[in-house]
Design a protein around this ligand. Structure first.
Ligand code: PLP
Length: 401
């Protein structure tokens, strides 16, 4: 059995260095816990950026996948399969909308949302061909494709990947006045995260989402909510938009929809929006495959009970009470909602990366973002005792620094 050091060296020698992972090599996982190749156990307080909302190897989801593996896994969209109808209708119902367009990764779903909004703009709104404008916000994260990084404001994500896709205008996040000014007759959509994950779990000011809804409705513009990370239970509701009683025109979903088993993403909207497509205009060989649909169907059923949302809300209140108590003691600020927090580490305590490394040595895994911030997004199945154990270590590494 190779050692951790050997595996790290081999991985780094033969992979592109587009990530800077913590030096831990995972071999197994269950629930909120992961085990490395040397048998050390770690509490997972990241949950794959919300891809693992239901925990590692959730029994129900693994059983759903296994059962489907024994029947049919992939057919392409050239034919129908017997899980597709239920997947589309049940996901649409969960979202309170009429139709679903399945893809695989989050970035693909965002690309789908961009294409959908443009086509809607030309066909329904009557925007002159080639003139459609989509408004996005500062600090956004919507994925890594060429078009998506074209409207990123993060130099790391953007630099040296041009020429960039035109058709986007960036306004400050949380600023309704700035948004209202740039909406024009060619604007087809406002695309934003109702809570910005990668940016450091930024919650917009109260009334912002409701204001975006009002402006977009008044100006005949689609409100596209990227709920890939914020949606499906994370914030204590099925969708983060619900905290302001807002229903967008399009949900973009991914991450947790695949239950931590397979990549599943979708755009969900009413027929008046998704009805713009004709056969051949968009698609994916893997999108909506039987295995993906089987797993996602159980994810949807689990969300329908409301239990995970309630758990995220209750444990989230506890998490935020504990984290708020650290402000001034090694922590400069805490943001977030539900079981999701961005914690700004005081510079005297070291960088977010250094705090993450110290936590790793104690068996707690988190991820830093933007230098000084660590992000906590535990699996929603975590026990209160395990969460408290992880938080005790966070307190300790801040005190010893
Ligand atoms: C992760 C994420 C994406 C991209 O998803 P991938 O599956 O990595 O392509 C897009 N939007 C948001 C808000 C995300 O958190």
């Amino acid at each position: 059995m190779p050692t951790t050091a050997e595996l790290l060296e081999q991985a780094d020698a033969h992979s592109a260095h587009n990530y800077h992972p913590l030096p831990v090599v995972i071999a197994a996982a269950e629930g909120a816990w992961m085990t490395d190749v040397e048998g050390r156990r770690y509490l997972d307080l990241l949950a794959g950026y919300s891809a693992l909302n239901f925990g590692h190897r959730n029994r129900r989801l693994v059983e759903a996948a296994k059962a489907q593996l024994e029947r049919v896994t992939l057919i392409s969209r050239a034919f129908y399969h017997d899980r597709f109808a239920a997947f589309c209708s049940e996901l649409a119902e969960l979202c309170g909308m009429e139709a679903v367009l399945p893809m695989n990764t989050g970035a693909e779903a965002v690309e789908t949302a961009v294409k959908t909004a443009r086509k809607w703009g030309y066909q329904v709104k009557g925007v002159p061909d080639g003139q459609a404008k989509i408004i996005v916000v500062d600090g956004n994260f919507h994925g890594r494709t060429t078009t998506i990084i074209s409207f990123s404001t993060d130099p790391e994500a953007r630099a040296e990947f041009g020429p960039y896709t035109p058709g986007f205008e960036i306004v400050p996040y949380g600023d309704l006045a700035a948004l209202e000014v740039v909406v024009d007759e060619n604007t087809v959509a406002v695309l934003l995260e109702p809570i910005q994950g990668e940016a450091g779990v930024l919650v917009p000011p109260p009334g912002y989402l409701a204001g975006v809804r009002r402006i977009t409705a008044e100006r005949n513009v689609l409100f596209v909510a990227d709920e890939i990370q914020s949606g499906l239970g994370r914030t204590g509701r099925t969708f983060a938009c619900e905290h302001e009683g807002v229903v967008p025109d399009m949900y973009v979903l991914g991450k947790a929809l695949g239950g931590g088993v397979v990549p599943v993403s979708t755009v969900v909207a009413n027929r008046s929006v998704l009805g713009v497509y004709r056969p051949g205009e968009h698609g994916s060989a893997f999108g909506g495959n039987p295995l993906a649909c089987a797993v996602a169907l159980d994810v949807i059923a689990m969300l329908r009970t409301g239990d995970f949302q309630q758990r995220a809300a209750e444990l989230g209140d506890h998490l935020h009470a504990e984290l708020d108590a650290l402000v001034g003691g090694g922590v400069d600020a805490v943001r977030g909602r539900g079981l999701w927090a961005g914690v700004d580490i005081h510079p005297g305590q070291g960088t977010g990366r250094e705090v993450s490394e110290r936590l790793m040595e104690r068996g707690v895994l988190v991820k830093d973002t933007h230098g000084a911030t660590i992000r906590l997004a535990p699996p929603l199945v975590i026990t209160k005792d395990d969460l408290d154990w992880g938080l005790a270590h966070l307190r300790d590494v801040l005190e010893v620094a």
